[in-house]
Design a protein around this ligand. Structure first.
Ligand code: HEM
Ligand SMILES: [Cu+2]
Length: 484
């Protein structure tokens, strides 16, 4: 009996690993395609490639939606892989989420290209329904329906995380280590991976419920235009969903840092009370700071804005500090060898910490009244997604397929080049924002185009290095799977 259960567990783990590989392969390929769409937009803005503005907005919608989805898929691979070592999870959930994801992607591509939907990944009400004839109603409905299908997939996936954590640790509070933090217990201390996964499960479930609610409401409005929504409520739901969902992808990805740095240096990442307090604080705050996206909406109550501004300052710091200091403590005098994986991990911690600074700047009302809807905004989120989240995912990809020590010499050079190209690329967005260049404009004035052109060149560098990382992963995957 025990033997049979054991084999079954191993089989599930094996199947889980296959899904992790499939998630990563999909992430790599879609990521490259979406980057090319981004390059196209930058080419259009720089005046180097004549592009129909309607097509620009279709590309922007596919790029934004696709990148957010793929950030979640890649983050989910990292989280699942490491959490499975601590908790028994059902592998079929990975499969269900994967197929729903693909169905949603096909629907969105059909809606955005033949259907010409260009209402951005934020699908802000009432834009999907009022295209002024640019796209038909069916395209808007198909796009929103595709999002809903993807959301349902991730909801099932997060519920499985929550189930597993509750079954193994006895509750989500215990997954966050509250019995240690408040009760002083020293038993069943959750490892960092479990703490992060618990936060991800909690905040993503709430985000997806809000997202699904507003999607269903918008779909009803598309079908029956006389049923109108409260635009302010719709906007709050959308930004609660969008802000929380994209933030959670980094909280998934950072698990690669918690798990891999200790393996590389031979020093454990301990769950301290400070670590637990940091994660509990960020769990609550990430949920209440989304009003920083509505600072210019005069109809919002002042107290909500105050929360948005004040807690945006405080929110990021607990987890950032415990991660940054934790990483430094592990690295200090560890004699670490700087290969591709370790360099990518270090870059990711830097990219995340540094990228939060322009974000927090923009969450200040006085600054936001100038920077709102300028390129400062894509500047800050490309910073921590391109240089924070992606290096975490690349590091995990390379780690998985590493057969002993196969990192080629100069591997860290590729990582450093990625950092340099990426930094220059995001700086061009930030410079544009500084000069008040509006975001989401298909055409730019000649005075702005020098920054767009530098961005084109550096984006090409980022794409080349991403191709190298993804190709490395794909090329070595068959050997890794055969080795078992
Ligand atoms: C080579 C890499 C990339 C390039 C060239 C690129 C380019 C662009 C451009 C030109 C825009 C529109 C900016 C504007 O408002 O004028 C944009 C928007 C956006 N990008 Fe990227 N990007 C890249 C990577 C990424 C990554 C890695 C992510 C996330 C993981 C991402 C997520 C987004 C999102 C969410 C938007 C907002 C779309 C909207 O405003 O609705 N991008 N990107
Ligand atoms: Cu936000």
């Amino acid at each position: 009996m025990a033997d049979a259960a054991f084999t079954q567990g191993a089989e599930t783990a094996d199947r889980g690993r296959l899904w992790v590989v499939l998630y990563l392969a999909t992430t790599g390929l879609v990521l490259l395609l979406m980057m090319l769409a981004g390059l196209w937009m930058r080419l259009a803005q720089s005046g180097w490639l004549d592009t129909d503005p309607a097509l620009f907005y279709q590309l922007m919608t596919v790029h934004g939606t696709g990148m957010v989805g793929i950030a979640a898929l890649g983050g989910a691979a990292v989280l699942w892989h490491f959490l499975s070592a601590h908790i028994r999870l059902h592998a079929w959930v990975m499969g269900a989420n994967f197929w729903l994801f693909l169905i949603g992607v096909v629907a969105i591509l059909a809606a955005d290209f033949p259907g010409r939907f260009g209402g951005a990944w934020t699908f802000l009400y009432p834009l999907p329904a009022s295209s002024q004839g640019v796209w038909p109603v069916w395209a808007a409905a198909l796009h929103l329906g595709g999002l809903l299908v993807i959301g349902v997939g991730f909801l099932i996936w997060c519920l499985e995380l929550a189930r597993g954590i509750i079954a193994t640790y006895g509750g989500l509070g215990r997954g966050l280590g509250w019995h240690v933090l408040f009760g002083g217990s020293t038993k069943d201390v959750p490892p960092p991976t479990v703490v992060a996964a618990t936060m991800v499960a909690i905040v993503t479930i709430l985000a997806l419920i809000a997202g699904a609610t507003v999607l269903v409401m918008s779909l009803i409005n598309l079908a029956f235009p006389s049923v109108e929504l409260n635009p302010l409520l719709a906007k709050n739901l959308i930004y609660f969903f969008g802000h929380t969902f994209i933030n959670a992808t980094i909280y998934m990805g950072v698990i690669a840092v918690y798990e891999l740095l200790p393996r590389i240096t031979g020093r454990p990442w301990k769950t301290t009370k400070v670590f637990l307090a940091g994660w509990t604080l960020s769990t609550t705050m990430v949920l209440i700071i989304f009003p920083h996206h509505l600072l210019m909406d005069f109809a919002m109550p002042v107290w909500a804005m105050a929360i948005g501004q004040v807690f945006s300052y405080v929110n990021s710091f607990p987890v950032l500090v415990v991660t940054g200091l934790g990483a430094l403590a592990i690295l200090h005098r560890s004699g670490i060898r700087w290969d591709l994986v370790s360099t990518l991990l270090l870059i990711s911690v830097f990219g995340w910490m540094a990228g939060v600074i322009p974000a927090v700047v923009d969450a200040t009302v006085a600054v936001n009244s100038v920077m709102h809807n300028t390129l400062w905004v894509p500047g800050h989120f490309h910073f921590y997604l391109l240089l924070g989240l992606l290096p975490m995912i690349f590091a995990f990809m390379i780690h998985l397929v590493r057969v002993e020590d196969v990192t080629p010499r100069g591997g860290d050079l590729a990582a450093i080049l990625y950092l340099l190209f990426g930094l220059t690329f995001v700086t061009m967005f930030l410079v544009g924002g500084w000069a008040s260049v509006p975001r989401r404009w298909a055409e730019h004035l000649p005075e702005w185009q020098i920054w767009d052109q530098i961005a084109v060149i550096t984006a090409a560098g980022v794409i080349t290095l991403t191709t190298v990382f993804v190709a490395m992963f794909l090329a070595r995957t068959p050997a890794m799977l055969a080795k078992g």
